[in-house]
Structure formats: C-alpha cells, structure tokens
Write a protein of this length. Structure first.
Length: 582
C-alpha cells in the first residue's frame, strides 16, 4: 500500500490543492532533505495535515476516520498494547465479531498490522487518521486507570506504616520519611493524573472520621472520585506539603503553596490550599494548565450586541472594564480573552495576578506574593511607574486596590480587573462600600460584564417541549414574556409559536457523556456606563435601580442570555436556572 509520486501529484493537481509550481518546489526540497513530498507540502503550508491524509486514503482506497473526539471502549483499546500503539501510531477503535478496525498514520506499516493480526487472532481492517486522532486515543490508555484506581490504592496502602500518636513529638522527620515512601508517591501521582485526564479544575481531599473522601470538580460540579482508608491521611498530606514546600509540622494554621506537574502530554501548575478541620487537614488543589491558550470572546460565549459593547469599551484608551461574578465563573479567562484582543507590540500591557494562569507573549505578567509584601495594591503601585498603556489587576479585593485602580484609570490608562458580585449592577454599590467615591466611579468606569459558566450539552441531547407545570416554575423565576419577545426579535421561533411548542434540549446520558454534559460556556450581561447610569451612580442609588435603567437601555440579563443558548441547543434550561437562581 504505497502512494506513487506521479499518482500523488496527479490527484493533488486535480483536486486543486496545490499548483504545479508549488508541487515541483516541494519535490526538489524533498529530494534534498530525504523527506516525503507530502510532509514538505504540509510544512510549507501549501496543504494541511488533514488534507494530506484524506487524499492518501482516497488514492489507496482506505477509509479515513476522525477520532479526535471519540471515546474508545477500554476492552477494544487494550487489544493493541500501549507500547505498540505509541511506537507505531496505530490504535484499535472498533470491534465487530472477528473484525477489528484500526486507525493508523502510516499505510505502509504492514509488519505492525501482521503482528496485531497474529497476536489478536482477528481480521484487521486498516483506516487512515490524523495525528490529533491518534493522540486523543493514546490518552485514553491512561483513562482506563479509573477502573483500576481502587486496586492501585489498595495495593499501595499495604506499604504504608501509620504514625503513632506518641511519635508525633518527633513527627517532622517521620513525616518527611513517609512523604518520600514509594507507596505515598504513587497514590498522590495517581490522584493527580486521574484528575488531569478527567479535566478536573480542582481536587478536594477531605478527611472524615474513618475514611478520606477525594472529590474532583469537573465542569463546575463536585463529583466523588474515591474513598481512601484513614491510614493514608498523614502520608498524603505530608507528600503534598513536601511538593508545595510547606511546613510539615504545622497542623493548626492554614497554609498555601504551589508546585508543578509535567509530562510529555501535559504541563500543570497546581495551587495548594491546606486548612485544619476537625478530622485533620483538608487539601484543595487548583489545577491550571500551563499549555492552555487564551480563548476568544466568541468562544467564551459572547454574541451580538453584548460582544459589540465589550469591543467598543476595549477601543477606549482610558477607563475601567470590570468582569464580575462568583469564584470559579471564568472571570480571569475573560480578562485574558480581552488582553488577546489588545495585545500589540506598540502597546505596553502589564498585569498583576494571583496566579498567572496563562503565559502571554509581549505582556509583562507579575505574580502576587503576599509573603514578601507583593500584594495586588503594592504590585499595582509599582506597575503605574512602568509606563504602561493597559493594566490588568487580577482582582480588586480591598479599598487600597480599588483606589489605585480608579486613579490609574483617571491618569490615562485602560484598567481591566475583576470583582466578586452577583450581578453587573451590584458592582457599583460594592465599589462604594470599598470606599470609592461615586463621582470617581462614574468618571472612570466604562463597562461592567457579569458572567456565569453553564455546562454544554453533548451531541446526543434529546429535544422536548415544556409542560404546563415546568412553565409555571419558569414564571416564578424569570420574566417569561420578555424572554419570549427576545426569541421573536432574534427570529429563533416561528411567528405563531407559543411556549408550549418551542423545542428545547435536555441532557441524554451516554458512555461518552455520563451526565449528558461536556465542557462549559459563559452566559453574560453587559452594562455600559452611559450618561444616565453615571447620574444614578453619583446619586448613590441602589443596584436594583441601576439594573432597571440598564434594562431600559437594552441590557440583556444573564438569564435571558442563558435562555438564548438553551433554545439554540447549547445548554439546558435546568443548567441556566442552576447557576443563576440563588
């Protein structure tokens, strides 16, 4: 199974993927370097890797498969041993009777196909695929750890010796020893690896009276992952303290630290918080992918008029843009998306953050370190002297930071920051409560963006219409008439439609999506600080009055934005209400 050069050229030209001149140039380079012509065409940017593989599949008469988002059953995956799969870029993905479909990158690798045929005693049906597909399936060899997780823990626990009460006096040396024991190291490594593969954002290790509960936060929801015997408690805590460079013999005070986890497949920064509770020490670890790229505002879920309002505010050379919401609602990610828009070699952008979640080129990022006195306030004070055009402050937590941020906006800078409030309108009373003067707020604030994260429905979702009882519940929690008018304005429903015949979607659990959801998207409300809003700010009116005025001026609330995403099948009504209704 080999693609002949003349055959390859004829098909490429016939498909108009390249010109004859481009092909000849690539062929000359391939002869010099010893590479394949196809690989040179990809490296030169004439065609994509996907186009190359699809063309080869077409010429050879081998079906092409895309496995970039496929979940392979463990029993099928294990037919080809992991070392063989990794070294030869070949994976099993479907088995029907005695037929085994395998995806590969190299159609000329007949020896590997013959080897699998003999060892598995099955008929092998080769398929061509992309490197991304192979990588996705190879990662799933690790995912089979879920089934083996309990056995691993039980096996390793046997090697751990508990620390007796009378030994606690000399516990520092004893804990250091326990933390370096192989069983404890394997348990902590397994917990971390499993969490990363499950796309968890946080790991909670919570000691109970008789057991330790491990929970992962996945797509914003805490899920029980494992129950561990009490015996391993001191070892796990000690190991994580050693990794985070924390005091081993301190059990009465909270401690914060961080460490890194790095493999060929991923690179994570782990932020650690240890808190003394009744049954021991509770550990929460925040997982931050260092290889993650900043999203665009559109990818985050901003659409239409709301997106335009944000973009208009970012075009202004001075003032403040604030992103608000509770902890874990994606505020910092939104700020990074804004910085991505503003990032320009002609502009000096400086940030002070805790932690630095994404590394961004051409942006000067400073990490907060309260232990040495580098707080948001002191960092911001220093940044103002660095001749910046744009400043990003990770969070406004106190009066001093609020005052400095407002002054920076007054003195000719664009300031981006976050604040913990439930609504966009609630931001202004919160700033006043922090000691900011209303006339200064009205002079500097350009826009407030409030947000939440809702889970996205998996492709296998099912459609349904609302029952009378469900509609009555909606009427209690939101303005259904206004939402209906928005549906009509956006032309998402027929002219004669009613609530009873509008189709929404709900989750349909499957093997690939156990709860019917995968990934998250933002729902937003954008409040531009117009002249009328400024007048209300100076008068120190309530958040409700500011919100009423913003609605009159066209602001869509998070509930309304959530319902728009629900009718489009992106999320479900239940999910919108879960994150919005207090």
């Amino acid at each position: 199974m080999r693609v002949e050069p003349h055959q390859f050229k004829a098909f490429l030209l016939d498909a108009r993927l390249v010109t004859e001149k481009q092909f000849d140039k690539a062929q000359k380079r391939a002869e010099k370097t010893g590479q394949k012509v196809g690989d040179v065409l990809v490296s030169e940017g004439f065609i994509t890797q996907g186009q190359l593989i699809k063309l080869e599949a077409y010429i050879l008469g081998i079906p092409f498969v895309n496995l970039e988002k496929e979940i392979i059953p463990p029993e099928v995956l294990k037919i080809i041993p992991e070392p063989i799969a990794r070294s030869h870029n070949i994976v099993a993905f479907r088995k029907k009777g005695q037929n085994l479909e395998v995806a590969m990158l190299d159609p000329e690798d007949l020896r590997t196909i013959e080897f699998i045929k003999k060892t598995a005693n099955l008929k092998i049906l080769p398929r061509l695929t992309t490197p991304k597909s192979i990588k996705n399936v190879l990662n799933q060899y690790q995912k089979t750890l879920e089934a083996e997780f309990g056995e691993i823990i039980k096996k390793e626990v046997k090697g751990i010796k508990p620390i007796k009460e009378e030994e606690m006096v000399e516990e520092k040396a004893e804990l250091q020893k326990v933390a370096e024991e192989l069983p404890v190291i394997r348990i902590v490594d397994t917990l971390l690896k499993h969490a990363i593969l499950q796309r968890a954002s946080d790991i909670h290790i919570e000691p109970g009276e008789k057991e330790i509960m491990v929970r992962y936060r996945i797509d914003g929801i805490l899920r029980e992952a494992m129950l561990l015997p009490k015996l391993v408690q001191s070892g796990i805590v000690a190991r994580i303290k050693v990794l985070s460079n924390l005091k081993l013999d301190e059990h009465r005070l909270p401690q914060d630290g961080r460490f890194k986890v790095e493999t060929e497949d991923y690179k994570y920064s782990i932020r650690v918080s240890i808190l003394p509770i009744f049954n021991g020490e509770k550990i929460v670890m925040r997982l931050l992918a260092e290889t993650a790229k900043a999203y665009t505002l559109e990818e985050l879920g901003l659409r239409g008029e709301a997106l335009e309002k944000v973009q208009d505010s970012l075009r202004k050379p001075v003032g403040m843009v604030l992103v608000t919401g509770p902890t874990g609602c994606g505020k910092t990610t939104t700020l990074y998306a804004m910085l991505e828009i503003l990032n320009n070699p002609a502009i000096n952008i400086s940030t002070v953050e805790d932690p630095i979640e994404y590394r961004m080129p051409n942006i000067n990022q400073t990490q907060v370190n309260p232990k040495i006195g580098l707080t948001f306030a002191s960092g911001l004070r220093a940044l103002v002297r660095q001749d910046p055009d744009i400043l990003m402050v990770g969070e406004i937590r106190d009066k001093e930071t609020a005052s400095l941020a407002i002054n920076a906006a007054l003195t000719g800078h664009l300031v981006l920051s976050t604040l913990h409030t439930n609504t966009a309108a609630g931001t202004i009373p919160r700033l006043i409560e922090m000691g900011a003067e209303p006339f200064l707020i009205s002079s500097t604030l350009n826009l407030i963006l409030a947000q939440r994260l809702v889970r996205k429905l998996c492709p296998g979702k099912e459609k349904y219409t609302l029952k009378e009882s469900e509609l009555n519940i909606l009427k209690k929690n939101c303005d259904v008439d206004k939402i209906f008018k928005i549906f009509k304005t956006e032309r998402l429903i027929r002219p004669k439609a009613s609530w009873k015949n509008i189709e929404f979607c709900r989750p349909k659990p499957s093997k690939e999506c156990p709860d019917g959801y995968s990934g998250r998207i933002g729902i937003f409300e954008t409040l531009p600080v117009t002249e009328t809003i400024k007048e209300l700010v100076v008068k120190r009116v309530s958040a409700d009055q500011i919100e009423d005025q913003a609605k009159k001026e066209g602001m869509r609330t998070m509930v309304e934005d959530g319902f728009l995403k629900a009718i489009q099948g992106i999320t479900s009504i239940e999910e919108v209400l879960r994150v919005i209704i207090e």
